[in-house]
Ligand binder design. Sequence first.
Ligand code: FES
Length: 197
Amino acid sequence: MSNESVDGTRRRFLTAATSAVGAVGAAAVVWPFLASLKPSAKAQALGAPVIADISKIEPGMRSTYLWRGQPMWVIRRTPEMLEGMKKITGDLLDPESKAPQQPAYAQNETRAQKPEYMVMKGVCTHLGCSPTFRPDTPAPEIAPDWQGGFFCPCHGSKFDLAGRVYKGVPAPLNMVVPPHRYESDAIVVIGEDPKAA
Ligand code: FES
């Protein structure tokens, strides 16, 4: 075999090998993230509903879950918190939740299917920061009659414990309530509407 034919054979081999590696590499680039996930985590990354066990949330506390890459909060509101929310409706921009920021089953006084549990997306409706949970009262540095809620550190927007926005802040809308349904008293499925009766 001449040097030229040896070089030609080697070149064809290298070209084929490089193409094969390239194809594998492209596939690896397309699915690197999903391939690294376990089946349930992969389904969640694609938007599958999240099963939230809310049985361990203490009264007055909040838990965070991830749905479609975004924080979903469940706040367990005490009777005092629910009473406090009634005192500040005059300070709120849309206290009756007229803007379509929630499913119809959450368009009520407490923005919830069960008043005790508030399910909401933990993202400010101004520019998307995550507000800070401020259940402590009083907090005159936030509002004179603060009854607990959320304060956005980015530009100072304020929301009550139902995610209803205060007047006179940068955020233009109440926070979003995602679709959700109760599987039982302990389990809420975030990302799914209640089953039709
Ligand atoms: S992002 Fe929350 S106030 Fe601007």
